[in-house]
Structure formats: C-alpha cells, structure tokens
Ligand binder design. Structure first.
Ligand code: NAI
Ligand code: PYR
Length: 381
C-alpha cells in the first residue's frame, strides 16, 4: 500500500502523522511512504531523516493525496483539502465529525473511508489513540489557565498555588477521564484547590483513591456544576461521549455568575465544547476571547503547540494500527480488530458511526451492513 503523509495546515499545527521510525517500519513491511516536503519540520524532523528511513518526499500536498491509498495525518482535513480526496481512499486521522457537517459531507460525496483516531475503542472502553493527546492537553490546560489568570493576560491576577496566608486558586475540572486526570495532576502539583466533577461514580472513586485528600470530587448534576463553577477561578471542560457532540454542561447563566477575569479552558471544544459560551473554536495565534468578563480558551489542537512531544506520543500509538491497515487491507484489518472497526466513521458514502449520524441528523448505516464485523460492534464489555 502507498501511505501518504501531508503537512498539517491548521493554525500552528506543528505535529506530523509519522516519524522516521514509523516510515522504516512500514517500508520494511513492504509498503511505500510518500511525505509532503517539510511536513516534519514543525516537530524537528527533516526531509533527509525521512528519506534516510525510506520515504519519498513529494513537493505538494496534492501529489501526496493523488498517490496515496491511505492518508495518515493528525488533524481533520480543512476545506482546501476536500477537493484532493480520491474515491475509496482511506483517511486515518482525528476527524471529530460531530461538529463538522461540511467535512462529513465532503467525505461522503467522495466515498472516502474515514477512520477516526478518537473513536477507536477497546473492549474495555478505552480510547488508545485519543489518550496520549488527552494527556498532553490535560497537562497543558492548567499551564494555559494559570497564564491567563495573570493580570497582564487579562485574568483576575490570581496565582494558582496561592502563598502562605493567601488561599490558592479554585480549579474545577468537569470530566475526570484522561484530560481531567492529567489536568488534576498538574493543578494539584501547583498547589491549587482542585474539584473534579464526573457523572461516573466509579471514576470518582478511582480519582479519590489516587489523589486522596488533595482533590474534592463531585457527582455531575446541574446543581453541583452551578455551585462549583460560581466559585471557580479556572474551569476546565473535559467531558466526552465518544463520537458525539459534547453536552453543554456549563450554561451561559453559570458563566455570568463567575468572577470577572476568571478563566475557562474548554478542552472538549474539538467535540463542540461543553460550555455554552464556548461557541467558537479559537487558534494558537488568537487563543482567547472574553464573554461576560470571563476569559474563554477554546483551541481545538492544543497538543500542536508542543509538537515534538505530541508527534512522538501520537505516532507511538497510531503506527500499529496503520501497519494493520496497510498490511491486511481495510476489510481484514477491521474483521481482526474490533477496536479498529469502531474507528470507521464513514465509508462508501454512508455514516457508519451512530453518534456522528445523530449529531448531524444523517442516516446511520451500521458497519456490519457493509463489512464483516460483529452486529453488536459497539457493545463495550
Ligand atoms: N482541545 C484539544 O486540543 C484536545 C481535546 N481533547 C478532547 O478532550 C475531551 C476529553 O477527552 P478524554 O479525557 O480523553 O475523554 P475520556 O473519555 O477519558 O473522559 C471523559 C470523561 O467525561 C465524563 N463525562 C461524560 N459525560 C459527562 C457529564 N455529563 N458530566 C460529567 N462528566 C461526564 C466521562 O465519565 C469520562 O470520565 C474530548 O472531547 C477530547 O477529544 C483531547 C485532546 C486534545
Ligand atoms: C485530540 C485532538 O483533536 C488533538 O490532539 O488535536
């Protein structure tokens, strides 16, 4: 198979879909890898390193899309890439289709098979291709939140850890999964007063076990969220229902009740955001806006800012699946690996992931109607 890796074009997206080590693995398995010139530079990887590992560099993105059977990248394609899709091409990347009707339409029209990193899910319910980037974004969320709480950045002028004689800042994390846990690690380390809210009591029990008395936990109800958010200096949105639009748990009224200069980092913005007033996606170039006096940070590719770390963390987990797809072909790969099958969001002009179809009000075609996969594919043990 020819695997193609284009350069990322989202604002300040410095990650790349493959490393030289990944190129070597694919080439040794008998595949060809074509990479857009300069694709790795943002992550500190030169064209020469790719060539030494066995890749062919191509001058333009169009060349890569034209030659590749499978496109392997990081972020969802942007409108200028839609015309480059080839019918039947495999697209292996983060897709986040629920808030992206136009991209979904383009993939359906070109009959591209879109395999979304973020919905590949094991039988235990874990999301192995989302996890490393959630670790990065969770850790970053507290870093950026602490920065924007500083007065010169428009914040309340509050130091996360406080100092002796002055209490620490209150950090409220909504969603205690990978992002939430990693945010809590950093916030606790900085000495903040941390509350984690989740709908899953088992998860809260686990977090209570690992953090002990250094955090407070709250079950997710609208009342608890309202009371916690009112007092918060920093709110971190970290909920996820795989594939679906994020539920709007923090309402505009709750945001109005926050102190001016407090900060919201809605990490879940890639799935539409869990804060009602996080009504637009921001970029690394222009990361915040202010609404009701509260700073909103809603960057959908946070790990792109720490590209070197993130590229290696991401490709550690994507490569084994890419190798399965390239070596076995789609049909055999999804038959053999149910986690990978759960990643198929669109194929043959049909939406094959239920939460995406529901979010976009499109017809849903279960994958087992198109491929040899179990009828109860989405049943998580
Ligand atoms: N903006 C960015 O650059 C990045 C965004 N993300 C996004 O961050 C979000 C969170 O990802 P992960 O932590 O990996 O997901 P996860 O699945 O590990 O955790 C999500 C948590 O949300 C909880 N949850 C679901 N509904 C809830 C509700 N109504 N109230 C309270 N809690 C609820 C779940 O119980 C779970 O513990 C996702 O949308 C992910 O795509 C991840 C990485 C980078
Ligand atoms: C998860 C995701 O969307 C990102 O890492 O950019």
């Amino acid at each position: 198979m020819i695997v193609g890796v284009p350069r990322e074009i989202k604002d300040n997206e410095n990650r790349v879909g493959i490393t030289p080590s990944g190129v070597e693995t694919l080439v040794k398995a008998g595949h060809q890898v074509v990479i857009e010139a300069g694709a790795g530079l943002g992550s500190g990887i030169t064209d020469e390193e790719y060539v030494a590992a066995g890749a062919r560099m191509l001058p333009t993105k169009a060349d890569v899309y034209e030659q590749a059977d499978m496109i392997m990248k990081v972020k969802e394609p942007l409108p200028e890439e839609y015309d480059l899709f080839k019918e039947g091409q495999l697209l292996f990347t983060y897709l986040h289709l629920a808030p992206e009707p136009e991209l979904t339409r383009a993939l359906l029209a070109k009959k591209v098979t879109g395999i979304a990193y973020e919905t590949i899910q094991t039988n235990r319910g874990t999301l192995p291709l989302l996890m490393p980037m959630s670790e990065v974004a969770g850790r970053m969320s507290v870093q950026v939140g602490a920065q924007f709480l500083e007065k010169p950045y428009g914040g309340r002028g509050v130091l996360l850890g406080g100092v002796p004689g002055v209490p620490p800042a209150k950090v409220v994390i909504i969603g205690g999964g990978t992002v939430g846990t990693n945010a809590a690690k950093i916030a606790v380390g900085m000495g903040a007063d941390v509350t984690i809210i989740d709908k899953n009591a088992e998860r809260l029990r686990y977090l209570d076990d690992i953090f002990g008395s250094r955090i407070k936990t709250l079950i997710s109800t609208s009342y608890n969220i309202k009371e916690a958010v009112k007092e918060a200096d920093l709110v971190i949105g970290a909920v996820l229902i795989p594939g679906a639009r994020a539920p709007k748990l923090v309402t505009e009224e709750m945001v109005k009740a926050m102190q001016p200069g407090s900060v919201i980092v809605d990490v879940a913005i890639d799935q539409g955001g869990c804060v009602e007033t996080a009504d637009r996606v921001t970029t690394h170039s222009n990361p915040i806006y202010i609404k009701h006096g509260v700073i909103h940070y809603a960057v959908a590719n946070m790990p792109g800012a720490v590209a070197r770390t993130s590229t290696y963390a991401l490709t550690n987990v994507t490569l084994p699946y890419a190798l399965e797809l390239a070596s076995k072909g789609l049909a055999q790969a999804v038959k053999d690996d149910i986690a990978l099958a759960r990643g198929v969001n669109v194929m043959d002009g049909k939406v094959t992931y239920k939460a995406v179809a529901e979010a976009l009000n499109l017809e849903y075609t279960p994958l087992h109607e198109l491929m040899d996969v179990p009828v109860d594919l989405m049943r998580i043990a």
